[in-house]
Design a protein around this ligand. Structure first.
Ligand code: SF4
Ligand code: SF4
Length: 240
């Protein structure tokens, strides 16, 4: 049986996938300009990836991938910090936390952790095929919806690691269930990754525009009213 937070996370992934089913994007198999080392995740998303690796006995391959990590920086703000600052009227700019080198889990144009990929990878899409160095093309409401879901996932993981995917994954190698990495990765590598991380924060509110709510409200409603056991996701997120 999955831990409660992972069960909620999978429910959020499924709900977002259902909501975005009717949208048309240029994304195709083997198109992977977007698969860089600039992906951010929460610890829960990292635990889902580690579970997949353990279940498939791929720790050696995974440790090799982690060691291809390029230089990353410590984020100044999480998504919820950023939203909170915007809601307070502060003049803040989005940051880049990783680097634009290829993701080490991309092989032959395919994601090798596809079923466990984090939300940032699930929502990344473009209406026209991406070219290196150029931004993806997406409707504003889709970007707002993706950001709102990232905020909910961060809220779910509040108090735990938040940051660059490779840093979070390396830091989680310290968990008792991941003890195999003690012989595959040096303690200093794990320590250096850990210091690049910050803690996930609670949801301060959403950055949604009134005219986007027609598209986004059904998504948020479906996430919050989703049942996990006897409770709704909203009541669990509110600690009830
Ligand atoms: S987001 Fe861009 S690079 Fe990624 S799959 Fe879609 S079109 Fe290709
Ligand atoms: S985890 Fe998979 S989908 Fe995400 S950036 Fe890496 S290769 Fe791409």
């Amino acid at each position: 049986m999955l831990p409660l937070k992972e069960e909620i996370l999978h429910g959020i992934y499924d709900t977002f996938a259902e909501w975005s089913t009717g949208l048309t994007f240029a994304c195709k198999k083997n198109c992977a300009v977007c698969c860089t080392q600039n992906v951010t995740i929460t610890a829960i998303e990292g635990e889902v990836i580690h579970r997949l690796i353990r279940e498939n006995g791929r720790e050696l391959w995974f440790a090799g991938g982690l060691q291809k990590k390029g230089t990353t920086c410590r984020p100044r703000m999480t998504t919820n910090d950023f939203a909170g600052a915007c809601l307070q009227g502060e003049d803040v700019q989005p940051e880049q936390y990783g680097n634009m080198s290829s993701c080490p889990f991309l092989e032959d144009g395919c994601c090798r952790i596809y079923e466990a990929r984090p939300f940032a990878c699930r929502c990344f899409a473009s209406e026209q095929r991406c070219v290196s160095g150029m931004s993806a093309l997406l409707p504003e409401y889709y970007l707002s919806a993706s950001t709102a879901v990232m905020q909910i996932i961060e809220h779910l993981g509040q108090g735990e690691y938040w940051g660059n995917m490779l840093d979070v994954l390396a830091a989680l190698c310290d968990l008792p269930e991941n003890r195999k990495y003690a012989t595959l990765l040096s303690a200093s590598f794990v320590d250096q990754s850990r210091v690049q991380l910050v803690k996930a924060k609670p949801l301060p509110g959403f950055l949604l525009l009134e005219d986007e709510m027609g598209e986004i409200a059904p998504l948020l409603d479906a996430i919050f009213t989703r049942k996990v056991g006897e409770k709704t996701v909203e009541s669990i997120l509110n600690g009830r």
